[in-house]
Design a protein around this ligand. Structure first.
Ligand code: SAM
Ligand code: SF4
Length: 326
């Protein structure tokens, strides 16, 4: 489907849960998180019904995210059912990686093609600090397993924050020499809780300047999305930069999001949403679901205006990343 600004929308991000076993400081508060009630979350059957309706409209790629997608019971069977839907050519997942190793073989068999791991530091103590609950070793094991099993590409999302991990940028970049990983540095967005991001923003330009070896520009890599990609000399992997703040990529945006509580969210940084849960729970036929999808696209803004106001978190959308599905 083409939106009113001429953008081809072929990519759906599905948040399957708002729950998470981590509490990353830039994303979730430590205490007091009120998880959605079971009945407020779309069932897997409802999500599948939605995807079956929008695949004929041109949705070809699906990313499963959360919260932490691997904490939701039945996720493997869900991926398997997704992969059987006509028209869905590519299924990927964004995960914190903590539970990936134990589920990796089943996920691969179920049809998962690509995985993005979120990893912000290579140091165990800093990892415990930023995630508040995670163990670095579990995630590293998950990443190794993904490479061994031939998931391709295996990407690492690294959110960079001043004074936290900006001293590790070159170490992350060097990983691409030995391993065929795609390391993507992401600008910290003011979409967390508790103001942790205050004073910690670093632009991609600055991040690049901390990589000591020459960056060689590459045009396109598999599933490249909005990142700009480079390579180090003789490297097996790639390095990407995602710039939601310093240079947003809205004019090329091909995505729409479905939240765990059944809202279609045409833009990450906007409060505009369309309730599709109500539609799905009212015995909707395919045409009604497609109509709701068309309505959601009609309110997709041309661009967001997410600013870095360091005194406060961005208020245009009240949802935070764990509630949106990054
Ligand atoms: N739990 C999974 C994970 O961490 O990969 C999936 C959901 S998480 C919300 C998706 C992505 O959003 C992660 O890569 C995370 O680092 C990123 N993210 C969360 N809060 C962010 C923020 N304030 N700025 C930039 N990226 C953020
Ligand atoms: Fe959980 Fe992912 Fe948010 Fe970290 S970034 S708290 S792992 S949802």
């Amino acid at each position: 489907m083409i939106d009113k600004y001429g953008r081809k929308i072929n990519y759906l991000r599905i948040s399957v849960t708002d729950r998470c076993n981590f509490r990353c400081r830039y994303c979730m508060p430590e205490e007091g998180v009120r998880a959605l009630k079971h009945e407020d979350i779309l069932s897997f059957e409802e999500i599948l019904q939605f995807v079956k309706a929008v695949a004929p409209l041109g949705i070809e790629r699906v990313r499963v995210t959360g919260g932490e997608p691997l904490v939701r019971k039945g996720i493997v069977e869900f991926i398997n059912a997704l992969s059987k839907i006509n028209g869905i050519k590519d299924i990927s997942m964004t995960t914190n990686g903590s539970m990936f190793k134990e589920m990796s073989k089943e996920l691969k068999k179920a049809g998962l093609k690509r995985v993005n791991f979120s990893l912000d530091t290579l140091k165990a103590e800093k990892f415990s600090y930023i995630t508040r609950r995670g163990k670095l070793g579990d995630v590293l094991e998950g990443i190794k397993e993904a490479l061994n099993l031939g998931f391709n590409p295996v990407k690492i999302n690294t959110v960079v924050a001043k004074g936290f991990n900006d001293d590790e940028i070159d170490d992350f970049a060097k990983l691409t020499i030995e391993y065929p990983l795609v390391i993507r540095f992401i600008e910290l967005m003011p979409l967390g809780e508790g103001g942790w991001a205050k004073g910690r923003f670093i632009s991609a330009q600055e991040i690049k300047s901390k990589i000591k070896s020459d960056l060689i520009k590459v045009e396109n890599i598999e599933g490249s999305g909005p990142a700009e990609y480079f390579k180090l000399k003789n490297a097996k992997g790639f390095i990407g930069f995602i710039t939601p703040i310093s240079r947003h990529f809205c004019e090329k945006c091909n995505r729409i999001r479905l939240t765990a509580d059944g809202k279609l969210k045409p833009c990450l940084a906007s409060s505009k949403e369309l309730d599709v849960k109500e539609v799905l729970r009212n015995n909707a036929d395919m045409e009604q679901i497609q109509k709701a999808f068309g309505e959601a696209l009609s309110i997709k803004p041309y661009s967001h205006n997410m600013k870095y106001d360091e005194s406060t978190d961005y208020e245009e959308t009240k949802r935070r990343m764990w509630q949106i599905g990054g």
